[in-house]
Each structure stands twice: as C-alpha cells, then as structure tokens.
Design a protein around this ligand. Structure first.
Ligand SMILES: Cc1cc2nc3c(=O)[nH]c(=O)nc-3n(C[C@H](O)[C@H](O)[C@H](O)COP(=O)(O)OP(=O)(O)OC[C@H]3O[C@@H](n4cnc5c(N)ncnc54)[C@H](O)[C@@H]3O)c2cc1C
Length: 464
C-alpha cells in the first residue's frame, strides 16, 4: 500500500502518532524493528508500546500534579496510550499503573483495527530523503539510524548519554544566603545564582558525596564510556578533597556580598561555591552546574539541602546518568517538531529530549496531529503554554536553553508563572499534607490551568 506518513519506531510515541494519524484516515506505515530480528538492550519482547521498566504512568492527579494534568489533556484528545492504560489498569493508589502485557496487547489490537495502518517489522537504517516521516525510535535508537541522524543534524547535536544535573525551582532558593553574580563580574548581567560554602560545610558535603549511595549502571550502559565532561560529582569527589573546588565548585572570582567587611566592601570569595544557571526562558527553573550524579534520589535531596541557600530547595528534576539517544531539539527542531534542515522529518518521543512514558506518548500524540494537519494543508496550532501539552512542546522546541539541554519530565516549572494578583494566593493557607511549596505550586498553577481544563479543554486542544 502507498502511504502518506512513514513512522519509524513502534514504541509509545510511534504507536500514539500512528493512532492519531490513521484514525483520521491517513495511510501510515509503522516500521518497528522488534519482531523482525532486532531488539534493543532494554526491550524484552516484540509488542508495540512495550514498557521497558516500571509499569507506572505516575500520578493520575490532574489537580496537583503536572503529569496527571498531561494524562487529563491526552484523554481529552482521545489518546490511544491513555485508553489502553485504562483497560490495563492495576491498583496503585493515586498513580496510574498497568499490566504491561495487557497494555501492549490493547495498543496492538487498536492499531490492527485501523484499515489505513500497516505495521511492518523492519529496521530502518537511514533517514528517508523524502516523504512525511516521524522518527520515534526512542532512547535506544538502533546504531545505523542513530548515525544517519547524527549526520543529518551534526554529531554534536545528538547525545548518547543524559548527564542530568538537578534542577531547582527558583522560588525555593534562599536569596538571603545566595547571590546573583557572574565570575569576575564578567558580562553585563549577573547570570548565576551562587551558594557559598565555608571550609567546614565543604568538608561535610565532600564526605557526604563519598558516603552517598549510588545507583549502578546497567550492564549494557557500563560498556558505553562517558565523557570527562559528564563525570558524576561523586566520582570527582573521590579523586581528592579539592577536586571539586577546582571544578564545578570553584569559588575564584565570586565575591559574596553577604560576607562584606570594611576591608572587603564588595565581599569575599567563599571556600567553595555551588552555582545554578537559568534553565528555561521563564526563569523558574535553575540547573545546578556540573552536578550530574548517580546518587540515589533520596540521597540527592538530603545532601543537596545541606548546601547553604538550598535548605528548602524543591527539585523539578533530580540528577542522573543514563544511556539515552536524544537530539538537541531546541536548536534543531521547529515549533512543529520538524527538523529545520529537513522539514519532511518530524521527531517524536524520548528522542526529542522529553523524559518518561507519558511525555514520550504526549509528544507522539502531538506529532501525529501535526502531521495529520499537514496532510490536509493546514498547520496545527499548538496548545497554549498554560496546558501541559503546550508547556512540554514549547520547552522542547525552543524555550529550553539549547546549551544545557537535557531530558526532562513535565513539571509545573515549565508553565508560565502564575500572576499572584489574579487570585487570592494560597501560600498562607495551612497545608494538610506534603511539602508546603508542592501544595502551593499545585494550587497556584491551577489558576492558569483552569483556563484550559474540563469543558474548555477539548475546544482549546482539538484543532481539527
Ligand atoms: C532502560 C530504560 C528504562 C526506562 N524506564 C522508564 C520508566 O520506568 N518510566 C518512564 O516513565 N520512563 C522510562 N524510560 C524512559 C522512556 O519513557 C522510555 O524509554 C519510553 O519507552 C520512550 O518512548 P519512545 O516511544 O520514545 O521510545 P520506545 O518506547 O523505546 O520506542 C522506540 C521504538 O523504536 C524501535 N526502534 C529503534 N530503532 C529502530 C530502527 N532503526 N528501526 C525501526 N525501529 C526502531 C524500538 O524497537 C522501539 O520499539 C526508560 C528508558 C530506558 C532506556
């Protein structure tokens, strides 16, 4: 059969994109290499939309959790992944968890029932030179295709490891302790948030890194060498007491105005400094510079909250280091997820630098709708940034800083800040449970999310 769109990769994003296209009547070829003699190091079987690790789509709370809101919006857009998840659901409290076999079978059955969709078990080794294409080959894209993508995008724009440093919500940083400055006051603006440490604090922190519990590399990850530039901080710490002070925690050129004396009116250099760099254009998220780590998540929260100024830090993302093929999307893709240099090719799923099952599916959903619109000569209008879909898309396609781009889950820091004067602030209300700022953030964001929720959501999001 002739086809209108070629989708490469039958994982979460590819299956969702195929559904969105074929149920609108588009003729789709879905190429999936599993079941045709190939596999990835993480997949176990040949089923479409196989969940490679956990069986959870995380929180289903659309009021206070950004991923729950994403569920809600995807359901409103008739997401196959959400429908299959409902059919395969297993009890998991407020989380949406599934039986993975049932889930994959539901996806397969729904796609098999679409007359204009053909699933072909084949590996694709090169980006097609023409024809509408969606590449959804995921974090473990087969090597030959990854090479072809690298050639098309420039090798330095395709990463094979995500060396993730933690990201902190700006409003949880104590600026009575930290200060804004660039090293040696270079440049016209004070670009970094600096957290000062004295000798005693630094020693304790260093020891904490040495003692910290880390996660192991998977067998197949261990054989992929990581670059010196991605070295976890605990590995650097193990090289010597002062290694970090000559690396990411270098204090030179950073006068701390909170430590000013008559002799040093501009302040003095601390013993060590943790720097945070703005991570999104909104300025709501700040990245801990050079703090990629394999420490366990609970350990990271405990240890990083010992850093002066970060005692009450709320983390939008914690650090990690995984094998993961992804594009520098903010640099390479246009707002419609198309490769700027070859606009017949769209990318979807985790390869765009989103992170997680739900986010990958959501980007697949949007890519499918975009391609469907394009087929009938229209341009898909992106949902507003006050929606989870809109915030995620905007982040990937240009709002994230390209220089420090690393995969990220959906979170409320990607949404525009809420105008505190538009509604009564809930910040002073007592909180029944959970960390104060989590509740405040969730409630605060509801103010903007309300504009795109419930009855209005279908109207806002359904473009054709
Ligand atoms: C080991 C591991 C564990 C993870 N655990 C979780 C988790 O617990 N929770 C979570 O939310 N996220 C997790 N993720 C992150 C991410 O959500 C998943 O990888 C998710 O499956 C990504 O969806 P996707 O559709 O982009 O890619 P995938 O689901 O991986 O789908 C890509 C598909 O493309 C196929 N393919 C690859 N190359 C080719 C080719 N050249 N030709 C044809 N087909 C090809 C693959 O076989 C695969 O079926 C994990 C990632 C990894 C690598």
């Amino acid at each position: 059969m002739e086809y209108d769109v070629h989708i490469i990769g039958g994982g979460l994003a590819g299956s969702e994109a195929a559904w969105q296209l074929a149920r609108r009547g588009a003729r789709v070829r879905l190429s999936e290499m599993r079941g045709g003699g190939d596999s990835t190091p993480a997949h176990q079987g040949a089923g479409l939309a196989e969940l490679v690790c956990s069986n959870s789509f995380r929180s289903d709370d659309s009021d206070k959790n950004a991923v729950g809101l994403l569920h809600h919006e995807m359901r409103a857009l008739d997401s196959l992944v959400m429908t299959a998840a409902a059919a395969a659901q297993v009890p998991a409290g407020s989380a949406l968890a599934v039986d993975r076999e049932v889930f994959s079978a539901e996806v397969e059955a729904a796609l098999a029932a679409l007359p204009t969709l053909t699933v072909v078990r084949e590996r694709i080794d090169r980006l097609p030179s023409a024809g509408l294409t969606i590449v959804a080959t995921g974090p473990l894209t087969a090597a030959a295709l990854a090479d072809s993508i690298g050639t098309a995008t420039g090798a330095s724009s395709l990463a094979f490891f995500d060396a993730i440093a933690p990201i902190v919500y700006r409003d949880s940083i104590d600026m009575d302790v930290c200060w804004m400055a660039s090293r040696w006051d270079k440049g016209e603006t004070k670009d970094y948030i600096n957290c000062p440490m004295n000798l005693e604090q630094y020693r304790a922190f260093h020891q904490g890194l040495l003692d910290g519990d880390t996660t192991e590399f998977r067998e197949w990850e261990a054989s992929t060498p990581y670059f010196e530039g991605c070295m976890p901080i605990e590995v650097m710490a193990a090289r010597g007491l002062d290694t970090l002070r000559f690396g990411p925690m270098k204090p030179v050129g950073l006068d701390n105005p909170h430590d000013a004396t008559p002799e040093f009116p501009q302040g003095r250099w601390p013993h060590a400094v943790v720097q945070l760099r703005q991570d999104n254009k909104l300025g709501t998220l700040w990245n801990m510079v050079g703090f990629q780590t394999k420490l366990k998540h609970a350990e990271q929260v405990r240890l990083f909250r010992t850093i002066p100024g970060l005692e009450n830090a709320e983390f939008a993302r914690l650090g990690g280091l995984h094998r993961n093929t992804f594009l520098n999307s903010p640099q390479l893709l246009d707002r419609q997820l198309r490769l700027k240099s070859a606009p017949h090719i769209r990318f979807a799923g985790q390869i765009t630098g989103c992170e997680g099952y739900v986010e990958s599916s959501a980007v697949g959903l949007m890519a499918g709708m975009m391609a469907a619109a394009e087929l009938v000569g229209r341009t898909w209008t992106a949902p507003p940034r006050t929606t989870a879909l809109g915030a995620l898309l905007a982040h990937i396609t240009g709002d994230a800083e390209a220089e420090s781009y690393q995969p990220m889950n959906i979170n409320f820091g990607l949404f525009p800040p809420v105008d505190p004067t538009s509604r009564k602030s809930s910040a002073t209300k007592p909180t029944p449970s959970g960390p104060r700022s989590t509740l405040r953030r969730g409630k605060g964001q509801l103010i903007s999310i309300e504009t795109a929720s419930n009855s209005k959501i279908r109207r806002i999001l359904t473009i054709f």
